[in-house]
Design a protein around this ligand. Structure first.
Ligand code: GDP
Ligand code: MG
Length: 139
């Protein structure tokens, strides 16, 4: 995967609250092209594997339970400097600390139910994108 791509999930709270359209609109308006996208639901094994890096953290169980609690939108996005620019667009992990106008500031519920995921490196973007999409599903 090219290094100008990132991976995102619109998390279960955002989908439940009907924010898919608004969030995708902001993503597109911010210059990201959708390369791949689907509505799907993580199994417990999926969520444990996806967040394995956090397995020793006290919130791991809660995170896995939350991320499997309903459908998500998984997508690969393309833009120059995609990983960093998308992290800026979504804002801080804790919506109370997220900058005005960011997706988490506008749509997140809490530090746990924070509306959206964004990869934190080019390497993880490639791994996370491949977790959800085959090459044939990427445009
Ligand atoms: P991100 O890269 O900004 O998504 O944040 P992290 O990689 O640090 O954490 C992954 C996800 O775990 C976050 O997006 C939250 O959904 C959740 N999370 C992070 N920190 C906390 C916390 O202190 N408490 C709870 N309950 N969930 C957290
Ligand atoms: Mg992270």
């Amino acid at each position: 995967m090219a290094t100008n791509r990132t991976f995102t999930m619109l998390k279960p709270d955002a989908v439940r609250k009907g924010y898919i359209g608004a969030i995708l609109e902001q993503i597109n308006a911010s210059g990201f092209r959708i390369v791949a996208m689907k509505l799907t639901q993580l199994t417990t094994d999926d969520a444990k594997a996806f967040y394995a890096v956090h397995s020793e953290r006290p919130f791991y169980g809660e995170l896995v339970e939350y991320m499997t609690s309903g459908p998500i939108v998984a997508a690969i996005l393309e833009k120059e400097n995609a990983v960093e620019d998308f992290r800026t667009l979504i804002g801080a992990t804790n919506p109370e600390e997220a900058a005005e106008g960011t997706i988490r500031k506008k749509y997140a519920t809490s530090i746990s139910e924070n509306a959206v995921h964004g990869s934190d490196s080019d390497e993880n973007a490639a791994i996370e994108g491949a977790f959800h999409f085959s090459g044939r599903e990427q445009f």
